[in-house]
Design a protein around this ligand. Structure first.
Ligand SMILES: Cc1cc2nc3c(=O)[nH]c(=O)nc-3n(C[C@H](O)[C@H](O)[C@H](O)COP(=O)(O)OP(=O)(O)OC[C@H]3O[C@@H](n4cnc5c(N)ncnc54)[C@H](O)[C@@H]3O)c2cc1C
Length: 304
């Protein structure tokens, strides 16, 4: 029996053997054995509760922080559709579906005069991705404004979790790996929409100036290292000091503009990109004595 035959009938769409590269920012990677786009939360819950335990399930946002390996992803990859992308405001509270783009959340908050979510204007992912890794930039991060999330576990059980239960630290959450976030609530503070918009424009301009945002990239490749070990330097600084700026492996390159960003120069495979990342880790360890940890999530199988 094939994978598709073992999956429950759903109201959303399930397709077999779907190339994932077009869905990712790095534009590399093999196919999902199956791709499921649930119609709504009830459809997702039904799918999770009725799908046999031995079938792996992977959730993706817009894959702006994910490297899909060339051999593709076994089991079912889930992408949340439009019914998960709604954003509403009420007083100082912003309620966003997990498929909402961070940028849209920032804009809706600004329009309603809710300050504190401006940093999302600088992050090209979805709220689901932001919740998973406490996304942030320029001194602000998800945990500063988040109050509550709604998530489904692998059995389809719905849970409402407080900020404390998510165990956030720098680009990390202790939330169980099997959780699929479906909604988040944020609380901001009152401010003038014009001032908020001005701060968002400043963030966008800064990003444009310092990051290769028009390239096929995955954002920061590595988390900033331990500050004692690195003597206060960020990931890009230790990569630069190790000679990594512009370094190439096949079609993969560390950006000249921001050397903690990997770029697919058009011909890269996922293997090129992963080898480039591992090469950077070795070069930085050998020459700077600093350990770099991947910020980009790597999923799927190496091509055989
Ligand atoms: C040009 C560029 C600039 C960037 N700048 C920043 C920055 O300044 N700050 C920053 O923090 N990041 C930055 N990033 C990285 C990225 O945008 C963020 O990590 C973002 O939060 C990822 O969201 P996504 O939807 O793309 O997640 P994906 O890459 O699709 O997934 C990332 C992880 O989140 C999980 N996930 C996704 N959706 C859900 C869900 N609904 N429930 C549970 N888990 C889920 C996935 O399983 C995966 O483990 C940048 C990326 C690029 C390309």
């Amino acid at each position: 029996m094939g994978l598709i035959d073992r999956l429950p009938s759903v109201r959303g769409k399930i397709s077999a053997n779907v190339p994932l590269a077009p869905y990712t920012w790095l534009r590399v990677g093999g196919p999902a054995e199956a791709l499921f786009m649930p119609k709504d939360e009830a459809d997702l819950a039904h799918f999770l509760s009725s799908t046999p335990d031995d079938i792996p399930v992977t959730i993706l946002g817009v894959a702006s922080n994910t490297l899909v390996r060339d051999g593709g992803v076994k089991g079912v990859v889930i992408r949340l559709g439009p019914s998960f992308a709604k954003v509403e405001t009420n007083g100082l509270i912003v309620t966003a579906g997990a498929a909402a783009l961070d940028n849209k959340v920032a804009k809706e908050a600004a329009k309603a005069g809710i300050a504190g979510l401006e940093f999302y204007a600088g992050i090209p992912g979805t709220i689901g991705g932001a919740l998973r890794m406490n996304a942030g930039c320029y001194g602000a991060e998800t945990k500063d404004v988040l109050t509550e999330v709604v998530a489904l576990d692998r059995t389809g059980r719905r849970q409402v979790m407080s900020l404390e239960e998510l165990g956030y630290s720098y680009r990390h959450s202790n939330a169980p790996d099997d959780l699929i976030f479906v909604q988040a609530k944020f609380k901001g503070r009152a401010d003038n929409p014009e001032d908020i918009h001005a701060r968002m424009a400043a963030i966008t301009a800064k990003r444009e100036e310092s990051q290769p945002i028009r390239e096929k990239t995955g954002g920061s490749t590595f988390k900033n290292p331990d500050q004692i070990q690195s003597k206060g330097r960020g990931a890009w600084q230790v990569i630069d000091a190790a000679g990594g700026r512009g370094y190439k492996v096949g079609g993969a390159q560390m950006s000249e503009k921001h050397c903690n960003f990997m770029i697919n120069t058009d011909e890269a495979t996922a293997a090129d990109l992963e080898t480039l990342g591992e090469t950077m880790r070795n070069m930085v360890k050998e020459s700077q004595g600093v350990d770099l940890d991947w910020e980009v999530k790597r999923i799927g199988e190496v091509a055989t």
